[in-house]
Design a protein around this ligand. Structure first.
Ligand SMILES: [Zn+2]
Length: 85
């Protein structure tokens, strides 16, 4: 049941999606990782949260790749976990 490996997304990735934003831009910067992916339109600066599945479906291409090390350092994010004492 693993026909397609999960798409790896990194913070700082720049994606090109199949469906352009109404502003005409089609390149998006990944600035949040989680169940929903935070994308910032690199043309008009609008920020949206999109389901990971939807991002995978609409992804046309990677314009540039982000930072895997940084992404590993920040995720997964504990919501109410331990706090430094
Ligand atoms: Zn836009």
């Amino acid at each position: 049941m693993t026909e397609r490996p999960a798409l790896e997304l990194f913070l700082g990735d720049v994606l090109r999606l199949r469906r352009p934003h109404p502003c005409g831009g089609s390149e998006w910067l990944v600035d949040r990782l989680g169940a929903d992916i935070g994308l910032r339109c690199s043309t008009c600066g609008r920020h949206v949260l999109v389901e990971r599945r939807t991002v995978e479906r609409r992804l046309a291409d990677f314009v540039s790749r982000g930072d895997a090390t940084l992404s590993a350092a920040v995720g997964p994010q504990p919501d109410a976990g331990e706090k430094p004492s």
